[in-house]
Design a protein around this ligand. Structure first.
Ligand code: MN
Length: 270
């Protein structure tokens, strides 16, 4: 099995190498990661400048002892997680059997997937038709990756035995807890808004600066069965994603709202 591993926390992030160590039990792992932290860049790509990439050293945690069949190689990219995924699949690695993004430090729940570099980078695997997994643990401070790494190993081994035929994009959130404190595993739906932004203002004109942080937990929408709910209940959440922002149900309502506007606009041409 050939596995592409990207992330948004950068090539030195412990979660990346925890994932590499787990995935090499299922196949060869091709790490292609940003040279620095890129959290929160979503699915952005570098389109207006060349992107540098070079081979990188595999983290020493993987060279010690443990027997595993798969080889691990690494590239570091001076770009976004999306750049990493595109360069890997188009040039550096080519076609793969599985794309994994993570293991991210910090959860990516509900509408966070719109901002997440972990999920945003993985989109480039999904749109190319590869089975794709984004995986995060629920803590930025002192994250515990063991549960997430073990889960990745099990899922990758299942995919190696039984290749998913349909296109598949899973967003997985694992509590940052020892395995024996995790309450279960649940396939969930995407919840609503999970984090809000706060803005801090500094300085005076013309040197005003604003600092945006995503640090306001919003818990209102934690309905049972959502990823947010599962996470609050110390469960591993596995949410199938697709790309579907279009709101077709609203087309008639918007047509009514704007009735007469096309004629109004076009009749004003002379
Ligand atoms: Mn991150």
């Amino acid at each position: 099995m050939k596995i592409l591993l990207i992330n948004d926390d950068g090539i030195h992030a412990p979660g990346l190498w925890a994932a590499a160590g787990a995935l090499r039990h299922a196949g060869d792992v091709f790490v292609v990661a940003p040279d620095r932290e890129q959290s929160g860049v979503g699915s952005s790509l570098t389109l207006r400048a060349p992107v540098r990439a070079r081979t990188a050293t595999v983290d020493s945690v993987l060279t010690a002892g443990e027997e595993a069949t798969g080889q691990v190689t690494a590239h570091v990219v001076e770009g976004t997680p999306g750049d990493c995924c595109v360069l890997a699949l188009e040039r550096l690695v080519g076609s793969v059997d599985l794309v994994v993004s993570g293991i991210n430090s910090g959860s990516n729940l509900g509408w966070d997937v719109m901002v997440s570099g972990t999920v945003g980078g993985a989109v480039q695997g999904f749109v190319r038709g590869f089975p794709t997994i984004a995986i995060s643990v629920g803590s930025v401070r002192d994250p515990k990756f063991e549960g997430a790494a073990h889960l990745l190993r099990l899922i990758a081994q299942r995919f190696a035995e039984n290749t998913p035929t349909n296109s598949l994009f899973l967003n997985i959130n694992v509590p940052s807890l020892p395995l024996d404190q995790i309450s279960g595993v649940q396939v969930t739906t995407l919840g609503g808004r999970s984090y809000g932004e706060s803005v801090r203002e500094e300085g005076v004109e013309p040197n005003k600066r604003y600092t945006i942080a995503r640090d306001r937990a919003i818990s209102g929408d934690a309905q049972e069965g959502t990823d947010i709910w599962a996470s609050k209940n110390n469960r591993i959440s596995i949410t199938p994603l697709h790309i579907g922002l279009g709101h077709s149900e609203q087309v008639p309502e918007i047509e009514r709202l704007l009735s007469g506007l096309p004629d109004q606009l076009l009749s004003s041409r002379d």
